[in-house]
Design a protein around this ligand. Structure first.
Ligand code: ASP
Length: 592
């Protein structure tokens, strides 16, 4: 990691109260008298008259030798004035960057006393997350969070300078706003001046940035807060931060280039390693080879296609449009109950089931299959399963026979779950996934649902399928994926009224609905909309992966819990009846 402190240099850190940072001192400073400020990380008594105090600031720790009679305890805030000296022979601490030195002859001034902290601030201590979040002000002092927030700041800095260098203009868009088209549940804010009316917190600046394009801004970006009232998960919070961008007179290629540049710069700023060019694959290829539209390319194993092998087979379970297989190295020891659980999961996803074959050494030499289905297989099919999947003794081959997408995705989920290494391990494998389908599944009314959002431009050569075969229309939408995580999405937008109307119709959105929800954008489009396209990617996720954190809460200063509460402030909390009345609201009588 390149620390911002190293980049900034020690002089920048000097203030009226301190001359340097704790961990900025080294053998080069021997004999120098310095004033340091920080918290007491640890105190140890040393003989009758002396004590060792580990003084901590955000840069790290230095040992200070103080008079044993001075009353300083854990987390007291101190100003220590002393002289840098070499530690006595045999007392060097290899684990500390300042392990060869200490501060001697110390004068201590207590700047603030502290109650004993409710948990250890040592990074190695396992602390319950609820306790950490309740006392986030203490948790933030831990080296891990200090590092994560600083990496995050350097990622933001790198993104801003990459966007600036590419001619983008940073524009802030409203937080009190109107519905946006991402389709998640929205947060609403009651209006005091217009009782019964609400602002909506934006799920993204989507409509605002498209209006900016009509307004001639040409290239917009923003490190934007987005709010979605969705169930929280390890990679999802109510409010999250995106690099949001939009540009005019561009194609998909241009956007991929702009975003790639920002991501590569951000990754280099965080890790010191510059990723190479980001490859592109179509959505179809991603599903076919990896069973996922966010493939983890760190895993080399791909799905194999046994459809040709089983065409016209006597095995009834394999009479389906496609038969796909996944090899799980060393998977032959998988227990029966585990296999049953996978089968149940496959059924819940809509597949008929799951077939499995343990690969074993055959009696007469070579490889054989151990499976309830084995006795139905022809020799050719048996040999084909082994050859196509590349399996070796001790592996497990799992097969799903069904429609192409379903069979691939059932196996893709197993591939991700069983073969993906933890977040911080292995290389950083970025990939652009392009040519998504225009529609994905159906909404509550049975209309096709937009795979991205309703302003996404279809592939022009697929336009005539909009009315006849919407499921096969491809869109000019693209995702950026890193190590199996979707970092973000974007699309070329529809800037022509006639195409927009056809897409709305395909989505079951009537002209009146469209006017009510997006009237101002459609109105703006009538005055000359440039062809435009954009993208947004999640900065929380990117930073989490770059620092090797599984949960985005670790890279957010004040995150909410899984149930959406802020344990430090107690939000959300009731507000006073008077404040409610001012907003024109009345609580419903409780019904229990
Ligand atoms: N607004 C979209 C999103 O947040 C991204 C985009 O299309 O630019 O997912």
């Amino acid at each position: 990691m390149v620390s911002s402190d190293q980049a900034a240099g020690a002089d920048v850190e000097a203030t009226a109260l301190r001359d340097a940072l704790c961990a900025s001192l080294s053998l080069e400073d021997l004999g120098r008298q310095v004033r340091l400020c920080g918290w007491v990380a640890r105190r140890r008594e040393h003989g009758e008259h002396l004590a060792f105090v580990d003084l901590r600031d955000h840069s790290g720790i230095i040992q200070c030798v103080i008079d044993g009679s001075v009353d300083v305890r854990s987390e007291y805030v101190l100003q220590v004035t002393g002289t840098v000296r070499r530690r006595p022979e045999g007392t060097v601490n290899e684990k500390l960057t300042t392990g060869e030195i200490e501060l001697g002859d110390c004068q201590v001034e207590v700047l603030a006393a502290a109650e004993p902290p409710p948990f250890s601030l040592d990074d190695r201590a396992e602390v319950d997350e609820q306790i950490r979040l309740r006392h986030r002000f203490l948790d933030l002092r831990r080296p891990r969070l200090q590092r994560n927030l600083r990496v995050r700041a350097s990622v933001n800095r790198a993104i801003r300078s990459a966007m600036d260098a590419q001619g983008f203009v940073e524009v802030e868009t409203p937080i009190l706003w109107a519905p946006t088209p991402e389709g998640a549940r929205e947060f609403a804010v009651p209006s005091r001046l217009h009782h019964g009316s609400f602002y909506v917190l934006p799920q993204s600046p989507q409509l605002a940035k498209q209006v900016l394009m009509v307004g001639g801004v040409d290239r917009y970006y923003q490190i934007a807060r987005c709010m979605r009232d969705e169930d929280l998960r390890a990679d999802r919070q109510f409010e999250f931060t995106q690099l949001d961008l939009e540009a005019s007179f561009v194609t998909q290629e241009d956007i991929l280039r702009f975003v790639s540049e920002a991501v590569v710069e951000a990754a280099e700023a965080a890790t010191g390693v510059r990723p190479g060019a980001i490859p592109t694959m179509t959505w179809h290829e991603a599903i076919d080879r990896f069973g996922s539209d966010k493939p983890d390319l760190r895993v080399e194993i791909e799905l194999s296609d046994l459809s040709a092998l089983f065409e016209g087979s006597a095995v009834r379970a394999f009479a389906a449009p496609v038969v796909k297989a996944l090899r799980l190295p060393g998977g032959a020891t998988t227990t029966r109950s585990q296999l049953d659980a996978w089968t149940e999961r496959a059924k819940a996803q809509g597949a008929g089931g799951l077939a499995w074959f343990r690969v074993v050494d055959a009696e007469g030499g070579g490889l054989g299959l151990d499976s309830p289905l084995d006795r139905f297989l022809s020799d050719e099919e048996r040999a084909g399963i082994l050859a196509e999947s590349g399996a070796e003794a001790g592996d497990l081959v799992v097969c799903v026979a069904d429609e192409w997408r379903l069979a691939s995705e059932v196996l893709g989920e197993l591939r991700a779950q069983l073969l993906s290494p933890p977040v911080g391990e292995g290389a950083m494998r970025y990939v652009w996934v392009v040519d998504f389908p225009m529609f994905d599944g159906t909404d509550a009314e049975g209309n096709p649902a937009a795979a991205h959002h309703p302003f996404t431009m279809p592939h022009l050569e697929d336009l005539e399928l909009l009315e006849t075969d919407p499921a096969s229309v491809r869109s000019q939408a693209y995702d950026l994926v890193l190590n199996g995580w979707e970092l973000g999405s974007g699309s070329v937008r529809i800037h022509r009224g006639d195409i927009q109307r056809r897409v709305f119709r395909a989505l079951g959105i009537s002209d009146e609905d469209a006017d009510e929800r997006f009237g101002f954008l459609l109105g703006a489009f009538r005055y000359g909309a440039p062809p435009h396209a954009g993208f947004a990617f999640g900065i929380d996720r990117l930073v989490a992966i770059l620092v090797g954190e599984e949960n985005i809460r670790e890279v957010i200063a004040f995150p909410k819990t899984q149930s959406g509460t802020d344990l430090m402030t107690g939000a959300p909390s009731p507000i006073a009846p008077r404040a409610l009345a001012e907003l024109g609201l009345r609580p419903l009588p409780t019904t229990s």
